[in-house]
Each structure stands twice: as structure tokens, then as C-alpha cells.
Design a protein around this ligand. Sequence first.
Ligand code: ZN
Length: 463
Amino acid sequence: MPQLTFLGAAGTVTGSKYLVEANGKRLLVDCGLFQGGKELRQRNWTPLPQNPATIDWVLLTHAHIDHTGYVPRVVRDGFRGPVFANAATKELCALLLPDSAHLMEEDTAHAVKHGWSSHKEPLPLYTEDEANAALERFREIPRLGEFRISPEFLVRPHNAGHIVGASSLELEITEGGRKITVLFSGDLGRYGQPILYDPEKPPRADVVLCESTYGDCDHPSEPPAEDALADVVNRVAKRGGVIVIPAFAVDRTQLLMYYTRKLEDAKRIPCLPVYMDSPMAITVTDIYRKHQEDCQPQFNAQAGANDVDASNVHVMRTVDESKQINDVHTPAIIISASGMATGGRVMHHLAQRLPDARNCVLLAGFQAEGSGGRLLEDGAKYLKIHGEVVPVRAEVVNLRQFSAHAGQSELLRWLSGLPAPPRQLHLVHGEPAASAALQAKIQSQLGWRANIAEYLKTTDLSV
Ligand SMILES: [Zn+2]
């Protein structure tokens, strides 16, 4: 009988990996990296229970590293099949995977140089060359419609409205003449956002895996994202500070730039220099421009006029250019990865800017347990960066309005669009408290029983 094993994003928000087995064939839906605290990151080093050489296909919902960042590792460990992804996801992965490797290599080199790793000989999980080798296994699938992988597996992607290319995947499994449909929500976006469309209404399914990142809360709708951003920028500029934004290059940066430009054009904020310490973010914006089918007409129109970025953007490509930002002592905005402050160039900016109370760290997305961003969000007085203790005097603001993830009521809205209750409903991609809160809401509002997925557990899809 077809079965599914939760190899990640069960009891946590990262490491998405779901192994579906039918007729002796193995399909891995998403292949993400665990991110956050040490214990979670350690899981990336534990071999999968199944030898990657025995997996036939990988199928991706969207490009975020916590859904794709383990692909180079499975390829390195013997996976030889195709990795199926739509055009936008494939284009984003071509940027994100080598970048992920590059960050790992940079962090490893830094650890070796300064001796702050607990490992004698720290190694990256994979190298940039290995990431590039993995990209050669990518095969493009249609954005919408239907795609047959094999006699056992047929896929119908639906727009998830989370980042460009993001899909919910309807997987029809055929075994022994019986058909079972499993729906993977993927990461679900928000309703009523300015760039991407709303998540599509879900189709009927026997089994549903639903994300629960914000299963326990809604994003504030007041003040609206634009007003909240204007307040922070004006406040920090007035006191001569710098705003550091740890940002995901994909989507958060586009949304921030879109709003910044809008506010500048309306003369509601000063035109501050924006240091884009991530050349990748600019390329990502081009991918958004290219995939007009995913974006709303007002964004496409503005993108056509070439002004979806803030008016005074400096792109810092090299490490040396990045270091030059240290000399900036007038109000400015620095956008740099990683988005949860778990590594990458933003760590240097935080080390530099956190001790000054005039500055501000603007968090613009989900901060996983154990990440630098979460520690800041929780009011840490110190942050340990590259082996040094850095005092936190800067203001820390989390603009949850900028989240790319559906909040609790948006998750319920998506689920209630199902034409019929599923036979099995599994909550994934959430920390335990968030999944439990959503489980209770589903029970009280929809009257459905939901299971909270457990790491490494296998479920029989036929019951
Ligand atoms: Zn995502």
C-alpha cells in the first residue's frame, strides 16, 4: 500500500522532505535543509534512513532553501534521478543552491581561520561545485496543468501564492488499480498581497499535508505593512541610525523594495541609500519580472517601467564591497542574507550595528527557534557572533505584516476551500505549539481531526 514518511518539517519549520512510496517506487517531495539551532542543523549531517541512490525522483514545491537546500547533498550521496521543478523554481534554485553552498564554505573558512568551530576540521555540507552538479539534474515541469512522472505518480500543481513559482502539489498515486490523491500544501502565501496572487483554492484530496508555520497566530493587519515600514524608516532616519534587514533574497526583498519605492514616491519617507548586500536579490527581482503569470498586473506594470526597487540602491557584489558598508555612518538601509540571521554576510553587519542604540534591526519574516533572528526577537541582550559576544543595544522590530506565510485564519481559509474533508490531515512545517494551536482550531471550526506529523514516522496512505 502507498505510504508516506515525514523526513523533515515535522515538529519544526525547516527540512521539508516527504518520501512517498508506491509500487516499489520512491518519490521525495521537497528536499530541504534543516535550519535554526545546532540540534536542527545537526540533522543535515545524519544520513537519510533511505539510501538516496534508491530514491527515483525528487519533486519540489518551491525554491526556498528549507525545501530545496538538501538536494545537492542527496545528489552527492548517490541520488541519480531527475529533480522536477517549474521554470521559476528552477531559475531560483540556480541562484539559491550555489549561494547556500557558498555561505557554508564562507562560514567554514571563517571558522577555520578564527578557530571558533567545535569541530577539528569543519567541512561544508556541500560545495559550490556539488551544488552546480545537482542543478544539472533539474527537469522543468509545467507551472499548472498536469504532469505524469510514472504509471504510479501524476502531479497537478496549484498556485500557492507564497513566492514566485510556489505550488501546492496534488499527487495522484495509482497502485493495484486504486487511486489515492495526496495534496501537499507547500508553503502557503497570504491573501490580498500587492505582488503575488492569493493561494489557489485546493482540490479534493484523500490525504492533505498542510503547513502550520503560523498555526498559532495571525499577522497584525494594523498598521498596514506600508505604514509600519514608514514609521520605522522615519524614526531611525531621524535619530541618525542605520536599519539592518536580515532578508531572504526571495520575495521579502522584493516586497520591501516595492513598498520602499512606493513610500519614497509618495514622499512619506526620505530616499535613503539602500545597500543591497546580496547581488542575488537583484537577479531574483528579474525572475519576478520574467514570470508575469505569477504576479499581479500592478506589479507587472510597475516592473515594466523598471521602478520596483528603491530609488537609491547600491548593489554590493564582493566581500570587500560588503565591508565598505562598515564606513557608512549616515542613515541607510542594509539588506543582507540570511533572513533568520543564521549565517551569511548579515552576521557581520549585525556585529557592527547591534551595539549602537540609534540603529535598528528589522526582521521581516519567520524566525526559527534557535536562530539569531529569534534570539533578537525574544529580546536577547547579547548575541554571540563568530565567537564574539556582541551587546544588543539597537532597536529590534519584527514587521510580521511582511510575512510570506499565511497566518492562522488564512490557513483555515485555505483548508475550508477543500470540497470535502480529507480522510487524513497531517500538520507539518510548524513548531509544536503552532501545529497544536491549528489542530485545535481545525477541530473546533471545521470539525476535522488533524494529526501533527512526527519526524521519521511513516503513515499508510490507504486508510
Ligand atoms: Zn517557503
